[in-house]
Design a protein around this ligand. Structure first.
Ligand code: NCD
Length: 322
């Protein structure tokens, strides 16, 4: 695996391999000493042009637990605010010896540009580009669903026949896009629930169903209900009448939580708008996997960095994951 730019082009075998390596990594994270020597001498650069808490810290923890050196670069307070281009920034980091660049950028496609421009030779991991994709988030979500459903019997499995319902601001969500492709590749059935104004126009080409009624979608009995953050910072216009009205129609409140099938789980990528798309009862309930998602995120990112920088396991081919 040379880069991880999206989940749309990930094959089922590649996806399951990442999840399986992540299982191995998770096993090591239960030990008292969590650090492995695997990536000693390698340098991972976190290149973040957009704000982030959990994703940046998660990549940092993942790289450090594999003994890589980590350089954190955030655009604020850097020469980017003086107008330096992505090319110059990237080449500067490469000149400092970066082996992998983890990039978050407001422009959809920036990680692919970085990976294919020839500016740098480092492996590139997309940590969220505009409204396009956020592949490691989808991988950690799939990992979390698989682990909850199959426990110690997860390895080698996809999510065949599993029903996942994704609710909320799909229009602005790279998390939703990455999940749609990955969950479909793994064999899950995906339903998107949102007001019509927050459903993307190109959704007719996606392998999903759309439901505009959350109560109806809950009555269908999903195995996992994934709530998305309303991304007010990406909204230039009014997409719904009021927050209160949005919450009433599309928020996961105590009543809807109680209507879910007994074993179904509630997910959220964070950060949560408590009281808007998800109530405190739902966020803090035993069904909620919010903190498991954070824990699993470190294992999944360890797996991705490992596959990128330490080479493949013997049975895999030298295939570009793109
Ligand atoms: C997501 C993101 O940045 O796309 N958050 C994350 O990575 N944990 C989702 C969001 O910001 O709502």
């Amino acid at each position: 695996m040379r880069h991880l730019l999206d989940t749309q082009h990930l094959s089922r075998a590649e996806a399951i391999e990442i999840l399986d390596v992540a299982e191995d990594m998770a096993d090591t994270q239960r030990r008292e000493v969590k650090k492995l020597p695997t990536l000693r001498g390698k340098t991972v650069v976190n290149l973040f042009f957009e704000d982030s808490t959990r994703t940046r810290i998660s990549f940092e923890a993942a790289a450090k637990r594999l003994s890589a050196d980590v350089i954190n670069f955030s655009a604020k307070g850097s020469s980017v605010s003086k107008g330096e281009s992505l090319q110059d920034t990237a080449q500067t980091l490469q000149a400092m010896g970066a082996d992998a660049v983890v990039i978050r950028h407001g422009a959809s496609g920036a990680p692919r540009t970085l990976a294919t421009s020839g500016w740098i030779t480092a492996g590139v991991v997309n940590a969220g580009d505009g409204t396009h994709e956020h592949p490691t988030q989808a991988l950690l979500d799939a990992f979390t669903i698989r682990k909850r459903l199959f426990g110690d019997d997860s390895r080698g499995r996809g999510l065949d026949g599993i029903r996942v319902t994704i609710v909320g601001d799909v229009l602005h969500s790279r998390v939703a896009r990455s999940n749609v492709w990955l969950l479909h590749t793994l064999g899950a059935h995906v339903t998107l629930v949102a007001p019509p104004t927050l459903v993307p126009q190109d959704v007719s080409g996606w392998p999903i169903e759309v439901d505009y009624d959350l109560d109806h979608a809950i009555a269908a009995g999903p195995d996992a209900l994934m709530m998305l953050r309303i991304q007010l910072e990406r909204m230039s216009a009014a997409y719904f009448p009021t927050e209160r009205e949005y919450s009433r129609r599309y928020g996961l409140d105590a009543r809807r939580l109680a209507a879910l099938p007994p074993d179904s789980i509630v997910m959220h990528p964070g950060p949560m708008n408590r009281g808007l798309e998800i109530s405190a009862e739902a966020a803090d309930s035993p069904r909620s996997t919010v903190l498991e998602q954070v824990t699993n995120g470190v294992s999944v990112r360890m797996a991705v960095l490992y596959l990128l920088l330490a080479g493949e396991r013997p049975h895999t081919e030298k295939e570009d994951l793109r």
